[in-house]
Write a protein that binds this ligand. Structure first.
Ligand code: NAD
Ligand code: WQD
Length: 338
């Protein structure tokens, strides 16, 4: 079924990979981004990789009038990635995060409502589970916010749940991602964090390419098999394909539903460093440091609902995640500026 899809935050890490898979599946894609955490070069590369037209607009979610005008053009569905995602920055600037992520999403919902477009896929996060009581964590686990960034995800989920309850006709997938890593296997698009990476995989790969001296392993005294934190890493292309599956199944949703997107399997920090070293072909140096405040010991997802409702599950393993992330990093040592 051919669709005309609007992608917000298209120049970002997950948006660019998803746009490529949507184009490859034959859909028409229009995307926008304010480029506050990305570069238009990613969109140019997606266009070249797909070999198909891809319209890009520079637009801010907070520009309600501009947004309304664009959405009014008519789309079968919207995939909403645009948002700020740095946990530490959100603690410093909670108002900025609320305005950008929550008010921005409210603008989008209002524009969709006015245009009669009621199909949405939203980037939620496993951060909504807060301190996890039991792994694997499923969608019925109580939600809580452990930082202002996480609070914005809870709030946007609630905007969607409330709207879908109040008005008939909405089909909304709230996709709760675990830890996205990896890159498209062309090595042309990938994650390009600004400044010092917060996340593990980009830090590991920047160390491998010589931009960082060593990986700082935040704590080895957690109650996990090797003492380091355990997470559910998911290949960004699998994640992108999860969005495609959600878009195809949306018409049968009849309301808003939250769905985990992960692999269902946890890896420790040291297991990731080891797998990355194998992909790179030499040992990546690391050093054990004290725990990072706010980190939990372990979280991985129950992914049965995604399998059942979307007919989707992740196919790419940790070796593939590392090999693909490394190809991108090696070919583009300083990201899109390379
Ligand atoms: P990203 O920063 O690479 O992409 C987000 C994009 O949104 C960027 O290109 C940025 O410029 C754009 N943007 C931000 N505010 C905007 C605004 N007001 N108007 C227009 N564009 C705006 O991040 P990502 O990793 O691709 O994440 C995409 C989404 O997935 C985000 O909502 C994020 O919170 C969510 N998410 C990410 C992760 C992760 O670890 N990467 C995990 C769970 C959920
Ligand atoms: C993974 C593991 C660290 C960096 C974050 C957000 C979360 C979600 C995903 C958006 C942990 C350890 C990390 C380093 C390390 N994003 N680590 N050295 O913390 O699971 O989640 O991204 O929704 O909201 O909080 O991901 O990649 O930062 O950490 O030892 O330099 O690696 O302690 O165990 P996290 P991460």
């Amino acid at each position: 079924m051919y669709m005309r899809i609007l992608v917000t935050g298209i120049a970002g890490y997950i948006g660019s990979h998803t746009a490529l898979e949507l184009l490859n599946a034959g859909h028409e894609v229009v995307g926008f981004d304010n480029l506050c955490n990305s570069s238009e070069e990613s969109v140019r590369r997606v266009r070249a990789l797909a070999g198909r037209p891809l319209r890009f607009e520079r637009l801010d979610l907070l520009d309600a009038a501009g947004l309304a005008l664009l959405v009014k053009e008519g789309f079968d569905a919207v995939v909403h990635f645009a948002g700020l995602k740095a946990v530490g920055e959100s603690v410093e600037k909670p108002d900025l995060y609320r305005r950008n992520n929550v008010d921005g999403s409210a603008n989008l919902l209002a524009a969709m409502r006015a245009a009669g477009c009621r199909r949405l896929v939203f980037s939620s996060s496993c951060t909504v589970y807060g301190e996890v009581k039991k792994n694997p964590v499923d969608e019925s686990h109580p939600r809580s916010a452990v930082n202002p960034y996480g609070r914005t995800k809870l709030d946007v989920e609630d905007l969607c749940f409330d709207l879908a309850k109040r008005e008939k006709g909405w089909d909304i997938a709230l996709l709760r991602y675990f830890n996205p890593v990896g890159a498209h296997d062309s090595g042309r698009i990938g994650e390009d964090p600004k400044g010092l990476p917060n996340n593990l995989m980009p830090f590991v790969m920047q160390t491998a390419v010589g931009r960082r001296e060593k990986v700082r392993v935040w704590g080895n005294d957690y109650p996990t098999p090797d003492g380091t934190g355990v997470r559910d890493y998911i290949h960004v292309v699998d994640l992108a394909l999860g969005h495609l599956a959600a878009l195809e199944k949306l018409p049968s949703f009849g309301g808003a539903r939250a769905i985990n997107l992960g692999t269902g399997r946890g890896y420790s920090v040291l297991e990731v460093v080891k797998a990355a070293s194998k992909a790179v072909g030499r040992a990546i140096p690391y050093e054990i440091q004290p725990r990072r405040p706010g980190d939990s010991a372990a979280i991985w997802g129950d992914v049965a609902l995604a399998r059942e409702t979307l007919g989707w599950s992740a196919a790419r393993d940790m070796d593939r995640m590392c090999a693909d992330h490394w190809r991108w990093q090696k070919n583009n040592p300083t990201g899109y500026a390379s």
